[in-house]
Write a protein that binds this ligand. Structure first.
Ligand SMILES: Cc1ncc(COP(=O)(O)O)c(C=O)c1O
Length: 419
């Protein structure tokens, strides 16, 4: 297979099976993977240190120091001494795992404290914890929607939300990204059905915010409830860090607030906060809650400490925002397209040239910048990109060094398309 043939294909070409045995990948897949090894080697990199701004990757020629813009450690909490200390203390006291599902084997007092503190922080009656963000989305949607219902999702919603609605057996309707008119149409088409509007606080590949001021009134006019995914926005936006609902002053308009602990909380897990009556139902009908192990207590203790730090130090989210603004402004100054980003998620648009995306990515890594390539179908075919995650922990020197590398490697190759 030639390089050009490899680059003509994407994951979408190997989705549908061509043989009779589901345990055998489609024809040509393994040859494609082998031939595209240069590109494939950029995925699942091995880190020899934590997800900090300057980290070390395992590379063929030995450990490589890089500036890390690929981790979601937005407030830099993964290595805060009080977070690590709380986690270590719980590890000693409670051991390594919860060793059972919440329903049958129970939750520790630490889990109960986190539920209560999140409910108080978010101004909601109750909170449920999941052992992953992805599992949380599946559980919430499959626990609330039923066959015959309609999940009305923003077209840019994360795959976990799409798969949650699918798992429920509900009909999926996508409305154009952030379009009030398109949402109105979608809701009007299914007036007779039970409907749920699902959107995100900050879109994970584009770094723009959900247009709550435009969308909330439409859902309200149709009498339809909303669920928001604040994975990339909780602890980062709003006066007190509650997220984009607080930022836009519409906390009360969104019934279910869902988020993950894998980003600004720098841990793992997911949560949903909302009305007690609904969550009491969900505890019994969200399979990923009832039939899957509870979060390890040591993780929960770290999350409690991370929440306390984020609440006590609003300067952290201000720093993340300032850093992102600086980084984006500098990129735009170089003629690099950062799409619709207004947040700490900053796309570096490349366009439709897949070979260019991977060539540039190899060169960025070689020069010491760790950025994630985003290929189709995770982004539209003509909007392949890198996605930079800017954090409060990046120093001005980290940002400037990364910008310098981007100015030398990326700007000369993409400038003409966007300037
Ligand atoms: C918007 C969004 N929602 C949910 C998730 C799933 O969260 P987790 O990775 O914590 O399972 C992600 C993951 O990146 C995400 O970007």
């Amino acid at each position: 297979m030639t390089e050009a043939e490899v680059m003509d294909l994407s994951l979408a070409d190997f989705f549908l099976p061509d043989g009779r045995d589901p345990l055998v990948p489609p024809d040509g897949f393994t040859a494609w993977l082998e031939a595209g090894r240069r590109a494939v080697s950029l995925y699942e990199p091995t880190l020899l240190q934590g997800p900090v701004p300057r980290t070390t990757l395992a590379a063929p020629d030995g450990p490589q120091r890089v500036i890390n813009m690929a981790s979601y450690n937005y407030l830099g909490l993964s290595h805060r001494p009080e977070v690590v200390a709380a986690s270590c203390a719980a590890l000693r006291e409670y051991g390594t795992g919860a060793c059972g599902s919440p329903l049958l084997s129970g939750l520790t007092d630490l889990h109960r404290r986190l539920e209560a503190e999140l409910s108080a922080f978010l101004g909601r009656e109750q909170t449920m914890l999941f052992n992953s963000g992805f599992a949380g989305a599946l559980g919430i949607l499959a626990g609330t929607l039923r066959r015959g219902d309609v999940g009305v999702l923003d077209a840019k919603c994360h795959v976990c939300l799409v798969e949650g609605a699918r798992l429920a057996g509900a009909r999926l309707e996508f409305f154009d990204h952030n379009s009030a008119a398109s949402l109105d149409d979608a809701l009007a088409r299914h007036k007779a059905c039970r409907r749920l509007v699902v959107l995100e606080g900050v879109y994970s590949m584009d770094g723009d915010m959900g247009d709550l001021p435009g969308l909330v009134p439409v859902a309200r006019d149709h009498g339809v409830g909303m669920m928001i995914d604040e994975a990339h926005s909780v602890l980062l936006f709003g006066q007190t860090g509650r997220g984009v609902t607080e930022h836009f002053g519409c906390d009360d308009a969104v019934t279910l607030k869902y988020g993950t602990f894998s980003k600004a909380f720098a841990g793992i897990g997911g949560f949903v906060s909302g009305p007690a009556e609904l969550l009491n139902y969900l505890r019994l009908y969200a399979s990923s809650y009832g039939f899957s192990c509870a979060l390890p207590p040591a993780v929960v203790a770290g999350l409690l400490a991370a929440l306390a730090v984020a609440r006590r130090e609003p300067g952290l989210r201000a720093r993340a925002a300032e850093n992102a603004e600086y980084f984006r402004t500098q990129l735009r100054g170089m003629g690099i397209d950062t799409g619709a980003s207004t947040t700490q998620v900053v796309p570096v648009m490349i366009g439709s040239d897949r070979a260019l995306l991977y060539d540039l990515c190899q060169e960025l890594r070689r020069r010491g910048l760790f950025l994630a390539p985003v290929d189709y179908p995770a982004a539209p075919e003509d909007e392949l990109r890198f996605r930079a995650s800017i954090t409060a922990a990046h120093t001005r020197a980290d940002l400037d060094q990364a910008l310098n590398i981007l100015a030398n490697v990326v700007a000369p190759r993409v400038q003409r398309r966007y300037s």
